[in-house]
Design a protein around this ligand. Sequence first.
Ligand SMILES: [Zn+2]
Length: 679
Amino acid sequence: MKITLLSASIIASSILFSSCSDSSHSNEENSNNEKVERKSPNDRQVDRFADIQVLRYDIQGFDKLSLNQKKLVYFLAQAGLAGRDINYDQNNPYNLKIRKALENMIANYEGDKTSDDWYLFETYAKQVWFANGIHHHYGMDKMLPKCSKEYFEEVMDATNTKLDAETMDVIFNPNVAMKRKNKDSNVDMIVASANGFYGKGVTQKMAEEFYAAKTDKNDPRPVEHGLNSTLILKDGKIYEDVWKSGGKYGKAIDKIIYWLEQAVPVAENKDQKAAIEKLIEYYKTGDLKTWDEYNILWAKSTQGDIDWINGFIEVYGDALGKRANFESIVQITDFEASKQMQVVAQNAQWFEDNSPLMPEHKKKKVKGVSYKVVQVASESGDASPSTPIGVNLPNNNWIRQEYGSKSVSLGNIIAAYDKAGGPGMTKEFAHDQEEIDRAEKYGYLAGKLHTALHEVVGHASGQINPGVGQPSETMKNYASTLEEARADLVGLYYIMDNKLVELGLIPSLEVGKAEYDGYIRNGMLTQLQRLEIGKNVEEEHMQNRQLVASWVIEKGKKDNVIERIERNGKIYYNINDYNKLRVLFGDLLREIQRIKSEGDYKAGKNLVETYGVKVDKAVHQQVLDRVAPLDIAPYSGFVNPVFVPVMDAQNNIIDIKIENNMNFVEQMLYYGKTYGILE
Ligand SMILES: [Zn+2]
């Protein structure tokens, strides 16, 4: 599964972007009569258009790698980009044709590029690149060009671009190919979905029957049926057109294989080598049993500094949740963050022994949860330009249970988001300059460390009383909100502890104060921007943050621990006593652990319902009004650094250099030209 910014468990408040409100990408009418509102990137953005901002990420530690490691990164990145076209075709069979036409038009048009018409046309092209096709990457609705069809055709003529009438209809007719994935249970979800996963004539019923017949419910180790094929109807018979060398997408898959073969001799160790070789075998055969074998080898390969994701993996694009989009992420260990995690993990027992939990709820032997931070080196397919911020794989459940899984946080992506957020949100919602300065100076470190404590110590802490069932049974629908609150509170409690200064993890307790400021701001105010007006808080992480923040505010009232201030009609929260606040976090932690340990459903429900769910509509509206002028893009994505091999006279690679200066249009044209493999 992937962890996206919109569902992220822990994100510093400054990088919480606005909700995915559907209005931002609805198919608005051509607005020819209205003034065209142009967007332009600020100095932290590579590009800004429609509901999108494009950012850049840096790769830290690349120069610390050996030549072989650099080569490995380079070859794996190429193997990822070689599959880029596949993802376009999977999203819709017309996408490649349309993308190529748009690329030709953008690259060769010599007319006026300052006009509103051009701006609207270019925006459409950028949207298509960003979404890997004509449907919005998140909402999955078709995006219509906002320029007129006449203008579009004018640019086509001027650049000698040809598209048949059917394809033009797919672009401009609002009633054709409306949704990439349609999960409306009142329609045939396959027929109503415009993705390329199912051939003409295939219905939902046919597909469901086909897989019902294939699935053996008693198989303890089932393959992921349907994962790597298009389901087609031919001569009245239904069968899988498998994506493999010599099969569908074979031309692109052969390129992937070529680059993986280059990677084999520079693998860092035996386990890696075995995994890459198995992946090649899978691409050659398309056999899903081989895919499982590969995933086992990959899950066990944990020793190197380089890792990768490459394949047909996530099934979010298919209404039936079977077929997977191609994606690739190449990763390098984040050496600095990993050191931090290690220090936290090594001291997990100290944290447990010194926690405010009741003695009987403390673990005698606590083992830190393994959690790795990586630097992304290259992304492709479904993971680019829009990217997850964390990944937990493999997906096949029995492999996870028998062999474990790898959970990584994409550190440099999160850092880039944080930088792009800029000071706007903090300035608007912080109570005073001191708070703004502290957030600027320590906010990022604070967020990172809180995440580490939450993941490594928080989720590992505490024990359930003998005879009491698992929280999913005892706490039911409140289980994950309470569990997230518990993990958050462990982090909040320790981020103000001198032990962290002693361990060298923070320079001073100012880091903890920055986290407290941000946490209260977010829990009480800023996270409401992600919620539609009139709604209650439903998402578990949001519930947990509101619960924690409003509980400590209420309990600290008599000592004036946190003050609610209204100034010029705006609400602020000012923390007067950080040490007392820390005690309150400890109190709530002890109580939630008690609830979990004893299985006290009534108390758990009461906590969540009283503090975590209800929203004051006037406050909510105020938050939305204060966020609106900041023009925060709802969706973000990235251009990739480009790897350039340096050759000697005999054509041996002697070094790999990173170039990271392309703008979005340049990179998309470059990719189209370099990796445009499929028709
Ligand atoms: Zn968590």
